[in-house]
Design a protein around this ligand. Structure first.
Ligand SMILES: C[S@@+](CC[C@H](N)C(=O)[O-])C[C@H]1O[C@@H](n2cnc3c(N)ncnc32)[C@H](O)[C@@H]1O
Length: 326
């Protein structure tokens, strides 16, 4: 009874209903929500607190970074049903915030694409300087064990394409940056592989038909996207039944200047959070392994490592009927 009252009180407010509808479309920072609603930051924070206290929204935060999103289903049955109903019925009335949401999302993409446009020709050197040589690629490719159609998500300069092409029958590299794809094109031409194709497109709307890929890999890409769960859902759509996703990501790391240099939106991830998001997007985690995280902890810089650790994660696409609320 108490939970029901809390939920009803939290939702009995026009601004909070607007916030819920906006968050129904993805994860947003307080600054972005302030821009969308056109009210003060403190008003937005106040409403977010009420929604968080009622367990309806959740914040993913590290240091000064915070993105708010709807709490994935799986809590109280009443809350789950009410949220489903609310979001569905809010979608039916006029959405006064739709244009502002589209503007905010377009602005995020613009920032990321400007970053990679400027860095494309030096990207490999920038990455090696910030992250060290990518020693984990062999393991990533081994884990992917790609056969059939393999997709390299956010392929960048295409470092993985040749390796995937040696076992898969077809490889597709996807990236939102035309400049990065030009570098990848040069590499593919240099490798002389004829089973590789490059497609320009966003991870949020993959240029793939439903179930086109048998395996997808994402090497150090998700920390660039604003809403990893939305991207994971789209990956789910593009994977064939039983298809696998193998990703390499950076662990959380406190130095914000490092992430700025990397053009990142997220300051790394905790594998346990990634597992939660994978579950919400319709995946089952198969295995996770820290690569240089352990080495970092044992190093003389253990208390103050100079770069974040890398972890590998393999997940399997679950069938739609096995997933609540997808
Ligand atoms: C850090 S680079 C990694 C490239 C490559 N996977 C590698 O390991 O070298 C990230 C790449 O993801 C692309 N990217 C970032 N956000 C994207 C998005 N939302 N949709 C498609 N590509 C995106 C960028 O253009 C960039 O080429």
């Amino acid at each position: 009874m108490e939970t029901i009252l809390k939920t009803l009180k939290a939702t009995a407010d026009g601004s909070r209903l607007r916030l819920l509808r906006v968050l129904g479309r993805g994860a947003f920072s307080v600054a972005e929500l302030t821009e969308v609603l056109g009210v003060s930051q403190s008003t937005v924070s106040k409403h977010l607190k009420v929604l968080s206290d009622a367990g309806l929204v959740t914040a993913r935060r590290t240091g000064t970074w915070a993105y708010y999103s709807l709490q994935p289903a799986g809590g109280e049955a009443f809350d789950d049903r009410l949220m489903e109903l609310l979001i569905a019925s809010l979608g039916e009335v006029g959405d006064e915030d739709a244009a502002a949401v589209s503007r905010v999302v377009a602005n995020r993409r613009k920032k990321t694409s400007e970053f990679f446009r400027a860095k494309a020709s030096q990207w490999d050197a920038v990455r090696d300087e910030l992250l060290g040589p990518p020693h984990h690629l062999d393991e990533l490719v081994e884990w992917a064990d790609a056969t059939g159609t393999a997709v390299d998500l956010g392929t960048g300069t295409g470092v993985l394409l040749g390796r995937l092409a040696s076992t898969a029958s077809r490889v597709i590299g996807v990236d939102a940056s035309a400049e990065m794809l030009e570098e990848a094109e040069r590499r593919v031409t240099g490798d002389g592989t004829d089973n590789t194709e490059l497609r320009l497109g966003a991870l949020e709307h993959l240029p793939l038909s439903d179930g086109e890929a048998d395996t997808m890999v994402a090497n150090l890409v998700l920390h660039h996207v604003a809403d990893p769960v939305a991207v994971l859902r789209e990956i789910h759509r593009g994977l064939a039944p039983g298809g696998r996703l193998v990703l390499a990501e950076l662990r959380e790391y406190a130095d914000e200047s490092f992430w700025k240099k990397l053009g990142a939106r997220w300051p790394g991830f905790r594998p346990e959070d990634m597992n939660k998001w994978l579950k919400a997007a319709g995946f089952e985690a198969v295995r996770v392994q820290d690569l240089n995280g352990a080495a970092n902890r044992d190093s003389p810089h253990a208390k103050n490592p100079t770069r974040p650790g890398v972890f590998l994660l393999e997940a399997r696409r679950l069938e739609r009927n096995a997933i609540p609320n997808l």
